[in-house]
Ligand binder design. Structure first.
Ligand SMILES: N[C@@H](CCC(=O)N[C@@H](CS)C(=O)NCC(=O)O)C(=O)O
Length: 201
């Protein structure tokens, strides 16, 4: 399988962690990509019209995106333990994944606003709105994190990727200071080999 990837992408990291936890890491060939909302990476666009990563090409040539679809596919190739098959645990995991994906989406849009958009065209209220979404999402997870000790699924993997991205690109948010339960849980989960191996440098 080929995975279009860039190490800083939290969505790519989510897929790499899933692959590692499912013992599928060796089956992924990583193809470096340069995702950009304006100067689009045509090699990625050729497979995924959105030009976004992660984009996966399976061994049979099927193209899969986005990270939710790719992780579900990897889970189906492995032993399936990362996405509960049914019941309340399934919907909890999937909603947490959706919220954490939304935090990453908002943080990436705020990042593009500061790093990509020409300074004269920036609108601070818009960036603040995106970071407010990040804040609302973190507040919801802070209420729940104390109960996550035994949980490890697609939801909590995605939360950890979101927090890792905030550390990487938005360290000035200092989210740990206001989210102690989340900080304690993140310190614990970050010790896993799959997280250490994929941490953005
Ligand atoms: N919903 C997508 C989001 C992927 C995404 O936003 N990836 C970023 C890199 S972290 C990207 O490719 N950006 C290029 C663009 O916005 O055109 C997923 O879950 O995979």
């Amino acid at each position: 399988m080929q995975l279009y990837y860039a190490a800083p992408s939290p969505f790519v990291r989510k897929c790499l962690i899933c692959a590692s936890e499912l013992q599928l890491g060796d089956r992924l060939e990583l193809i470096p990509a340069a995702p950009h909302p304006v100067n689009r990476d045509r090699a990625v666009v050729a497979h995924n019209p959105l030009g976004k990563i992660p984009t996966l090409i399976t061994d049979s040539g099927t193209v899969l995106y986005d990270s939710r679809v790719i992780c579900e596919y990897l889970n189906s190739l492995g032993d399936g333990h990362l996405i509960p098959a049914e019941g309340a645990a399934r919907w909890t995991a999937r909603v947490d994944e959706a919220l954490a994906d939304g935090i990453m989406d908002a943080a990436i849009l705020a990042r593009y606003e500061g790093a990509v958009r020409p300074e004269a065209l920036r609108w601070p209220d818009w960036s603040e709105g995106q970071l407010d979404k990040v804040g609302s999402g973190l507040a919801r997870f802070e209420e729940q994190a104390a109960t996550w000790a035994d949980r490890f699924d697609i939801g909590t993997i995605t939360v950890a990727c979101a927090l890792g991205y905030l550390d990487f690109r938005f360290s000035s948010l200092a989210w740990r200071e206001t989210h102690p339960s989340l900080a304690a849980w993140f310190a614990h989960v970050s010790g896993r080999e799959s997280f250490i191996a994929t941490r953005p440098a």
